[in-house]
Design a binder for this molecule. Structure first.
Ligand SMILES: [Zn+2]
Length: 144
């Protein structure tokens, strides 16, 4: 579940934020850490998604809920703008990683279904044992 993955994982990565005030760190550092944590959580959660657009919605909601719960408890009162911003970061990261994931899966499926030795990414003829398309560099490794 992408939504719950993000909602649980992002706050876990933010736990060090509670310790930062004890160190002499720049004021901006916790902010960067928080954004990075949500980007990582969204990216990891998005990899399990099937559709990029669905991954965006679920990681956004996951990031939003995760931020609202964690920061609502840790640093109240809650800043709604920051909550939306962090959710958006997680959503974009989830969307990007899901898009990459879906693209590789589609290329492999297309090649497996192809009877002729043609690259399905660009349509050129490729050699019988070619591992990569000579034209568009698409991987043909799964074509057996
Ligand atoms: Zn090609």
């Amino acid at each position: 579940m992408t939504l719950f993955e993000t909602a649980i994982f992002a706050p876990l990565l933010c736990i060090p934020l509670l310790l930062f005030p004890q160190f002499a760190l720049p004021a901006e550092f916790p902010l960067f850490w928080g954004v990075a944590a949500f980007a990582i959580a969204g990216g990891i959660a998005g990899r399990s998604g099937t559709f990029a657009s669905a991954a965006f919605v679920t990681t956004f909601l996951g990031g939003f809920i995760g931020y609202a719960v964690f920061f609502g408890l840790a640093f109240s009162p809650l800043n709604l703008l920051f909550t939306v911003m962090h959710g958006l970061v997680a959503g974009v990261a989830g969307w990007a990683s899901a898009k990459r994931h879906v693209a590789t899966v589609r290329a492999e499926v297309k090649l497996e279904n192809d009877e002729k030795r043609r690259c399905k990414m660009c349509g050129v003829r490729v050699g019988l044992w070619a591992k990569k398309c000579w034209s568009c560099r698409a991987s043909l490794a799964r074509y057996t």
